[in-house]
Ligand binder design. Structure first.
Ligand code: SF4
Length: 317
């Protein structure tokens, strides 16, 4: 039977298993924004701790898992792979990691960069070639952002690859700030209280997606990537602009963080401390039963209540 990877054997839990507020890095940095060695060691330790804790909190990795680490060539996925490989060495259970890159055939994509880097690491890797760029640029009118369709096609290609190759977990490099950003994006533009979860079962139930960087700050990732000198490949080779709504939310969050340092960390912790009884979704919490007196006949379900309000029949009629 598979065992969930226990956190204490990777890294110690913080008291009460709560999210520790990440300390900002000191400001002494080498040119190129990379932290000095001592700071970088502390940073590396913090990242391993946060990733280890996310793995344990959400049961992300089990013995025998085949983890497909999706590598785009950006700072986030390089950091995720780097930290996962470090944790794998100390983990009490066996699991495999394969780095997978989807070459989407964007113009000027430097095809050799990732294979060279991965060969140098000695890690198992696979490159999928699929020209989603041509499809996206044909379908999306000029001047419009292509990222949404591009991401959906990328996700489809990666899911298919995972299924065809028997990967049990798909690891993505989204970090704490992405999770908070998506939450506000859904709230502001889709009227939904929903975000980007650290662990997710795909809609068809076939894939388990994990986000081991769920507790990691973006600026820590930036500093780590600069220190490690990952060979970054920019995502916008295709010339597409980031979604304007996402940009707007990012700007808002950056402004809040500037005015009140630590605000994003607080928001991130709030995503893990939800009180359905203090929100307003009657499907999530049984408000109708609160304080209900036994001698009063009321509709039993939400559907009956709606019928009652609309003048239809209820159990009490
Ligand atoms: S910037 Fe280009 S490659 Fe990156 S997600 Fe957007 S459309 Fe795709």
């Amino acid at each position: 039977m598979n065992a969930v990877l226990p956190i204490p054997s990777i890294l110690p839990l913080s008291p009460k298993n709560t999210l520790a507020i990440a300390e900002p890095l000191p400001h002494t940095r080498h040119p190129g924004n990379a932290p000095a060695k001592r700071e970088a060691d502390k940073l590396g330790k913090r990242l391993r701790h946060q990733v280890g804790r996310a793995i344990a909190d959400f049961g992300m990795i089990e013995a025998g898992d085949k983890v497909m680490a999706c590598l785009s060539g950006g700072k986030d996925s390089y950091t995720m792979l780097d930290v996962l490989l470090q944790l794998q060495k100390k983990a009490p259970v066996e699991f495999s990691i394969t780095a997978v890159n989807l070459d989407q055939k964007q113009p000027d994509f430097p095809e050799h960069v990732l294979p060279d880097y991965l060969r140098g690491l000695g890690v198992d890797f696979q490159i999928i070639e699929q020209d989603t760029y041509s499809v996206v640029s044909r379908v999306i009118p000029e001047g419009k952002t292509m990222c949404s369709l591009c991401s959906r096609m990328r996700r489809g290609a990666l899911y298919n690859h995972a299924a065809a190759n028997g990967f049990s977990k798909i690891a993505l490099g989204h970090h704490r700030d992405d999770l908070v950003n998506t939450f506000f994006l859904n709230m502001f533009f889709h009227a939904k209280l929903s975000g980007m979860p650290p662990k997710l079962l795909s809609d068809d139930g076939k894939h388990v997606v994990i986000r081991p960087l769920a507790y990691v700050r973006e600026d820590d990732i930036e500093a780590y990537a600069a220190y490690k000198q990952f060979p970054i490949i920019p995502c916008n080779l295709c010339g597409s602009q980031e979604n304007l709504q996402r940009k707007q939310v990012s700007r808002m969050l950056a402004g809040w963080e500037k005015d009140s340092p630590g605000r994003i960390e607080t928001l991130s912790r709030a995503l893990g401390d939800i009180r359905p009884s203090h929100l307003s979704d009657p499907n999530l919490f049984d408000f109708a039963s609160l304080g209900k007196r036994g001698d009063v006949t009321m509709p039993n379900t939400l559907a009956q209540t709606h019928a009652w309000l609309a003048g239809g029949e209820t159990a009490g009629n």
